[in-house]
Ligand binder design. Structure first.
Ligand code: NAP
Length: 304
């Protein structure tokens, strides 16, 4: 198969970049991969395990001659990285990113992009609580969604090529406008993470319990919260700083629902509780039917 891109440059070599590099290699999708990370330590690990074909010391070196550049750094770092690489981008290159928030990245990166470059923001809806160059694996995107949020007037051929790359990495691709992406993700990912962080924080506040019973008797509910709450602190700080409005909107609705459930418990309104839990169970069934999770009681995690 003819490679879709000749040289793909990753700025950032963590979970997402590593998984992309491995998935590209698995699919024989690109001729060459090159990447850089902020720390010498991460660059050395990436070189040692052969995550990409070449590791460079700087982002400027990495992007030179690349026909695809993928920004894989925390959302808050996108601005500085874009400014850094802009003068070194090849004419006609596509620049994309994998950040969890879209409008803020378009605002931060867009102004630095030269006219002769195609900027097509993206977000793979796949991840784990692990970070760093050793965290990646080729199957991460299999059967998961990647959302692209191109702006009006995007080059159709560039969009098509990037879409085929994601499909080659195992993903299904959807196109959305950036504010809609940010609202959908506030519901499906950002607010649930905040709730998990809160629940684990509450348990930690009850230190007496944390030291013994919470860990020892950790059952599915709390254990699943702790997995989510172990996610990278920098990444999640940036998500809430940059998807502020949508998260606050969903958090407001969440609080109202929580108060309604609190009232039902206080009043002993079993009918309300039962009806509510029946509705939520159907949503879980819908996710399994859509192939986005497994029916296994451990959410299929033992497979990894
Ligand atoms: P990661 O494993 O922590 O890797 C982040 C990479 O960015 C590392 O190579 C790190 O270098 C580099 N970096 C960190 N801060 C930087 C800075 N200020 N300037 C330049 N480089 C910096 O993170 P990840 O999980 O791959 O996430 C990367 C992006 O993907 C984020 O924007 C995140 O929102 C998005 N995303 C994450 C997930 C997920 O579940 N993890 C899912 C979808 C999208 P060092 O290693 O040298 O520090």
């Amino acid at each position: 198969m003819t490679p879709l891109y000749q040289r793909v440059a990753f700025v950032g070599l963590g979970l997402i970049a590593g998984s992309m590099a491995l998935a590209m290699r698995r699919g024989g999708l690109v001729a060459e991969t090159v990447g850089t990370a902020r720390s010498a330590e991460s660059r050395a690990i990436a070189a040692e395990i052969g995550l990409v074909d070449h590791v460079t010391d700087t982002a400027a070196e990495a992007v030179q001659g690349a026909d695809l550049v993928v920004l894989c750094v925390p959302v808050g770092a996108m601005d500085a990285v874009a400014q850094d690489i802009a003068p070194h981008l090849a004419q006609g290159a596509t620049v994309t990113d994998v950040g969890s928030v879209k409008q803020a990245i378009i605002d931060a990166v867009g102004p630095y992009m030269p006219d002769n470059v195609h900027f097509i923001p993206g977000h793979p809806l796949a991840g784990t609580e692990h970070s760093g160059p050793r965290a990646g694996f080729a199957e991460l995107f299999d059967n998961r969604w990647t959302i692209l949020t191109p702006q009006d007037g995007v080059d159709a051929a560039a969009l098509d090529r990037l879409t085929r790359l994601w499909q080659g990495m195992g993903a299904q691709v959807d196109v959305m406008d950036p504010p809609h992406h940010d609202l959908v993700l506030a519901v499906t990912s950002h607010t649930p993470h905040l709730i998990a962080y809160t629940m684990v924080g509450v348990a930690d506040d009850l230190r007496r319990v944390t030291d013994s019973e919470v860990i020892k008797y950790s059952a599915a509910g709390f254990r699943d919260f702790t997995r989510i709450a172990a996610s990278d602190p920098t990444m999640w700080r940036d998500v809430f700083l940059t998807n502020k409005d949508a998260t606050l909107e969903i958090l407001g609705r969440f609080t109202e629902e929580l108060f309604a459930l609190q009232r039902a418990i206080r009043r002993g309104d079993g009918e309300h509780l039962h009806a509510y839990f029946t509705r939520t169970r159907a949503i879980r069934r819908g996710i399994i039917d859509a192939g986005q999770d497994t029916d296994a009681p451990d959410f299929g995690r033992s497979k990894r």
